[in-house]
Design a protein around this ligand. Structure first.
Ligand SMILES: [Fe+2]
Ligand SMILES: [Fe+2]
Length: 265
């Protein structure tokens, strides 16, 4: 089984309404105007889609942060790029990132919900998460930890009910590798240092990873890619930002081992 995993393209632009200057979006817009737009190359996202269409993996995964502030116009920038993948027959899972769930403005909430349903080809809605999908002999646990947080933080949360859903699911015997898909890394070595960007409530998930009830966690959020796996490839893979690094990850699973390869775009 082969998975292609990319993350964090971060399309961005200006404020789309005057309320953006009063809610958290001004932070994201400022960040985009003065920093992000010079660092993120959207043509790399296009190349990622072309690569996936050319090589036809069993599954493609995007672990979120399509946008910078979750505004409808930002989602509309990535929609035409992802359309070919979305319209293909390649199974594709998208999990929202914290930047896709930036503020509670109804039009922004509608935009991330609309994009989730669009990219899942109507298979699942944002509000259906967490959920389980079987594909190419593997079991995928789709978990959303992203929601609006305060002005200066990009916190994620594993909801207690969601953790319980995952735990119950993991009580069932595995029929193949069990792979968690979420925007946030579950493994955090520097919770204090990374206080502004961290995830809360993931301890039950980490326990399941230690027990190997979950074989692999695929995530983004951290823009530099890294691997934290054992000799059988079990653990966590962060794809980093596809538009910042011009890379994504190709994962092979065979003979009960995961192997990882960086794809340079
Ligand atoms: Fe990000
Ligand atoms: Fe993020």
């Amino acid at each position: 089984m082969r998975i292609v995993h990319f993350s964090d393209p971060h399309a961005g632009g200006g404020a789309e309404d005057w309320m953006a200057y009063v809610d958290k979006r001004w932070v994201g817009v400022f960040n985009y105007k003065f920093r992000r737009q010079f660092r993120h190359d959207m043509t790399k996202l296009q190349r990622a889609v072309e690569y996936i269409l050319d090589t036809r993996p069993d599954v493609a995964v995007c672990t979120g942060d399509l946008t910078s502030t979750g505004q409808p116009g930002e989602f509309e920038q990535v929609r035409p790029i992802l359309k070919m993948l979305r319209d293909s027959s390649i199974p594709f899972f998208y999990l929202p990132g914290n930047h896709d769930c930036y503020v509670r403005r109804p039009k922004c909430v509608a935009a991330v919900r609309g994009m989730t349903e669009y990219l899942s080809r109507g298979d699942y809605k944002f509000t259906d998460l967490p959920l389980v999908r079987h594909c190419a002999g593997a079991e995928f646990l789709l978990l959303n930890c992203s929601r609006p947080s305060n002005l200066l933080c990009s916190w994620g949360f594993v909801d207690r009910r969601d953790a319980e859903f995952i735990r119950r699911r993991c009580l069932l015997p595995k029929e193949g590798p069990r792979i968690l898909l979420s925007h946030y890394p579950m493994i955090e070595h520097h919770p204090i240092l990374r206080m502004r960007h961290r995830l809360f409530g993931q301890e039950p998930i980490l326990e399941l990873m230690r027990e190997k009830a979950i074989d692999l966690s695929l995530c983004g959020h951290v823009h530099k890619p890294y691997l934290e796996v054992d000799e059988s490839g079990r653990g966590e893979c962060c794809a980093g930002s596809v538009t910042r690094n011009g890379t994504m990850v190709e994962i092979d699973y065979s003979a009960d081992r995961f192997t990882f390869r960086t794809v340079t775009l």
